[in-house]
Design a protein around this ligand. Structure first.
Ligand SMILES: Cc1cc2nc3c(=O)[nH]c(=O)nc-3n(C[C@H](O)[C@H](O)[C@H](O)COP(=O)(O)OP(=O)(O)OC[C@H]3O[C@@H](n4cnc5c(N)ncnc54)[C@H](O)[C@@H]3O)c2cc1C
Length: 456
């Protein structure tokens, strides 16, 4: 228990708002998109800037409080909200400044990616971020950042050229290729284990209208579509990213959809490259057209309304072999929930795979296919059924998966799974964790635990 007077003093020291249980706005502030997460922090500090974050870190240390950090709140494991501790809520920190001459942007970490894209696109610029505009730039970037520009420009974190981070001792450090290089290396991939990132500087690229959207096939065609995608993927230039999987349309039709985005120029070249995908089958619906990059980035938004209960399993595939395809096809369209996307692939290629495994803390550079089962449902009474189905699906596909997972797509599966997500970079990250956060103040994440690791 913290003395009332100490709590009061802390609250008054903040420039931003703070919220305690029972106060107006508290329940909204602790609610995140994954409806399964229902945690109650002792206090939520809605930080207005880095100084508030520093105060939070010092207060949490002094009072030995559990800390969680909320960027955009989209962690499927619900790591941004804690029970009984201090939630450092960055969602009000939305400063952003584009430098069109240098083609860079400095962005505060409460921004969502739709907000970020809107600002950079005002200058005809963009960088890789995810494909659902409500997702936070910070959690997404610190864990990796798959998106439509990834094959051309690398992951979101490959485009970070500098960042500010408040470390566990309450110092604000700047990290870049020139300053605090070890921290710069580790923060790009360790998902908040090393401190609270208050701003990120990214490299931007010229991105005009894109050719994008999706084609849909009846789910019974899953095997044929995946065989096609395997060959089609071999032909793709860096300007194209594809992803696809089984899901249910609002009218109840079960489909296997393949989304594509061509970000090159001219768009007629994209028409030529995507033609085989649009002709194959043929699809029951073809929604590929030229559109602004911001429109493309909103394409998936209607499928991810906040509040749905969400449970995710994800790993990279060894290969998209015939046997893998048949197993995926057996599970396509079988989810007990009409809101689920499973199984679903992302094709990783191009710039992301030309960065070395140890160049950043993100190790998964050489697998072409990332697979996930993204189960979503509405009624809490259906949780057990949906979680069981997701696990059974994953068990069946298990023999074809590699051990490592993309850290941003894992539910709360414990330390071994978290460890495998950091792969070959785990030991080096552990040394950094011991240097920058030896007491594990930042542990509401896929945790690199200095205590357990010391024993190992
Ligand atoms: C609907 C949906 C769509 C998605 N689409 C994509 C996609 O297209 N591509 C992709 O790569 N991923 C995608 N993801 C996964 C996404 O990258 C992760 O969920 C990511 O963690 C979300 O970041 P956030 O800031 O919104 O989440 P939060 O829940 O706020 O944070 C996630 C984790 O990062 C930590 N963290 C957040 N901000 C900071 C910070 N500033 N400093 C230190 N630690 C911090 C948190 O403590 C937490 O552990 C999607 C997720 C959802 C739910």
């Amino acid at each position: 228990m913290i003395a009332q007077s100490a709590m009061q003093k802390f609250r008054e020291s903040l420039r931003g708002q703070s919220l305690c249980p029972g106060e107006p706005g508290y329940d909204t502030a602790r609610t995140i998109p994954n409806g399964m997460i229902n945690r109650r922090p002792a206090i939520i500090a809605r930080c207005a800037g880095a100084a508030d974050v520093i105060s939070c870190v010092r207060f949490a240390r002094e009072h030995e409080l559990l800390v969680s950090i909320r960027g955009g709140g989209h962690s499927v494991a619900g790591k941004s909200v804690c029970d009984d501790g201090l939630m450092i809520d960055l969602s009000a920190m939305k400063g952003i400044r584009v430098d069109p001459i240098r083609q860079t942007v400095r962005a505060e970490t409460g921004l969502k990616l739709g907000e970020f894209d809107r600002e950079t696109q005002a200058f005809g610029l963009a960088t890789t971020l995810g494909v659902v505009p409500g997702t936070g730039i910070s959690g997404l970037t610190l864990g990796g950042g798959f998106g439509n520009l990834m094959a051309k420009y690398g992951l979101a974190l490959d485009n970070v050229i500098g960042l500010d981070v408040v470390t566990a001792d309450g110092r604000l450090l700047t990290a870049s290729a020139l300053e605090n290089q070890d921290l710069f290396w580790g923060v790009r991939g360790s998902g908040g284990n090393l401190g609270v990132v208050t701003s990120l500087e990214y490299r931007l690229h010229e991105v005009g209208p894109v050719l994008g959207g999706a084609v849909l096939y009846p789910v019974v065609k899953t095997s044929e579509v995946l065989h096609f995608c395997r060959d089609f993927a071999e032909t793709l230039p860096d300007e194209v990213v594809i992803q696809g999987g089984a899901f249910t349309l609002p009218d109840g039709a079960q489909v296997f959809g393949v989304a594509a985005c061509y970000c090159g120029s001219p768009l007629s070249e994209g028409e030529r490259i995507l033609r085989p995908l649009r002709k194959f089958g043929p699809p029951v619906a073809d929604m590929i057209s030229s559109m602004s990059y911001v429109q493309m980035q909103s394409f998936f938004e209607p499928f991810f309304p906040p509040g749905r209960h969400t449970y995710v399993k994800s790993n990279f595939l060894q290969a998209l072999s015939d046997e893998t395809i048949e197993t995926i096809a057996e599970w396509a369209g079988k989810s007990p929930s009409p809101y689920t996307f499973a199984p679903f692939f992302e094709h990783w290629h191009g710039a992301v795979s030309r960065v070395g495994i140890t160049e950043t803390a993100f190790p998964h550079r050489h697998h072409s296919w990332n697979l996930f089962a993204w189960s979503m449902w509405i009624d809490p009474a259906d949780s057990e059924m949906n979680i069981r189905w997701t696990r059974e699906c994953w068990q069946a596909i298990g023999p074809f998966l590699v051990g490592g997972s993309y850290v941003n797509y894992i539910s709360d599966e414990g330390e071994a799974v978290a460890r495998s997500a950091y792969g070959a970079n785990y030991d080096r990250l552990l040394a950094l964790k011991n240097k920058y956060d030896p007491t594990n103040l930042f542990r509401m994440n896929h945790n690199i635990n200095p205590a357990v690791a010391a024993v190992v």
